[in-house]
Design a protein around this ligand. Structure first.
Ligand SMILES: Nc1nc2c(c(=O)[nH]1)N[C@H]1C(S)=C(S)[C@@H](COP(=O)(O)O)O[C@H]1N2
Ligand SMILES: [Mo]
Length: 317
């Protein structure tokens, strides 16, 4: 049986200390314990992943940036997806056999039409759009990604939240058999993200099902994930199994882990530093240095700043 070697634990300035320590404990587990926990069954990394064209038509969107798009290789080999490991290269290796069909998407909470949808039925009524967005991780790297998805607003209009709904939660699949690192105490599983309802209804917010006109690869959040381009990457919950409408501001996973460093709003803001590093610049992959100046709301200020008028964005980080 192939025993997957624990990745090197690099000392890191960017991982919150408690997460880092727990991750170390986890990685120090013996190889035997890893195999017992099911990690030994992970396949080798060398086999190529199948790439599948999306069934069209895919409409081009006027919301797309004209900046240079990243290579498929960058977008699919350098990921954050802790359900499949904590190093950037882990998700591609560990998620490659992640099964996404059938996939149930549950819509619940304060909504006129709660339902358990099969993903194909859920997606069918909507027109697919290509949205080329700048994406900015809180860890100060960035990419330009050609997403394919559906406007979140159209979904919300279809399921009809009630008048009391003020926020929407996006809840990742919780299945330790399919998401191996959910067996480890790394994050408070399942991963949860949330938006205010008006943010969710903003025309830039989408649910993505593809990249480069192809089916979303597992490491990028297959089969469906949230994309909110004016916010730090952690807002974009992957592999969503539940969408819940609520009246109170949800506690998103990274805020639960380290509230002083990760807020609910997570709007890209070069003027508000992360407690442990500056947010003024970013490293546009594959650059090695952070030479690109980070823009307010990741460059989407003209479209989204009005959502936050009158709010103190230093307090609401
Ligand atoms: N379920 C889940 N969603 C997640 C994460 C995660 O660990 N688990 N990481 C987030 C972070 S920190 C980032 S930067 C983006 C990365 O998305 P990408 O790999 O498609 O670039 O996914 C976000 N969504
Ligand atoms: Mo991130």
């Amino acid at each position: 049986m192939l025993i997957r070697k624990a990745p090197d634990v690099r000392s890191s300035e960017i991982t919150p200390k408690d997460v880092y320590l727990r991750r170390r404990e986890f990685l120090q587990a013996s190889a035997a314990a890893m195999v017992a926990a099911g990690f030994g069954a992970l396949p080798g990394v060398s086999e190529a992943q199948a790439r599948v064209k999306l069934k069209g038509p895919i409409k081009k969107s006027s919301f797309s940036t004209t900046e240079k798009v990243n290579l498929y290789e960058h977008v699919t080999s350098y990921n954050n997806f802790y359900e499949f490991g904590t190093d950037k290269t882990d998700p591609k290796a560990n998620a490659r056999n992640f099964k996404t069909t059938p996939w149930t998407l549950e819509v619940e909470g304060m909504v006129a039409k709660p339902a358990k949808y099969q993903l194909e039925d859920f997606i069918k009524p909507f027109a697919l759009e290509e949205r080329i967005y700048r994406m900015r991780c809180v860890e100060a790297w960035s990419m330009v990604i050609p997403w394919v998805g559906i406007p979140l607003k159209d979904v919300i209009d279809k399921v009809q939240p009630t008048g009391s709904a003020k926020f929407v939660e996006f809840i990742t699949l919780h299945d330790t058999a399919r998401m191996p690192y959910q067996k480890a105490d790394i994050l408070d599983w399942p991963y949860v993200e949330g938006l205010r309802l008006d943010e969710a209804r903003h025309p830039l917010s989408i649910l993505a099902v593809g990249i480069y006109d192809e089916v979303l690869p597992p490491q990028n959040g297959a089969p469906i994930r949230l994309v909110v381009p004016w916010k730090y990457g952690f807002k974009g919950g992957k592999s969503i199994a539940k969408i819940r409408f609520v009246d109170k501001q949800p506690r998103n996973t990274w805020q639960v882990m380290q509230a002083s460093e990760y807020g609910f709003y997570a709007n890209v803001n070069p003027q508000v530093d992360h407690p442990r590093w500056s947010q003024a610049r970013e490293r546009r992959l594959p650059d090695l240095l952070a030479t690109t100046r980070t823009q307010m709301f990741n460059g989407y200020a003209d479209q989204v700043a009005s959502l936050y008028s009158g709010m103190d964005l230093r307090k609401n980080y």
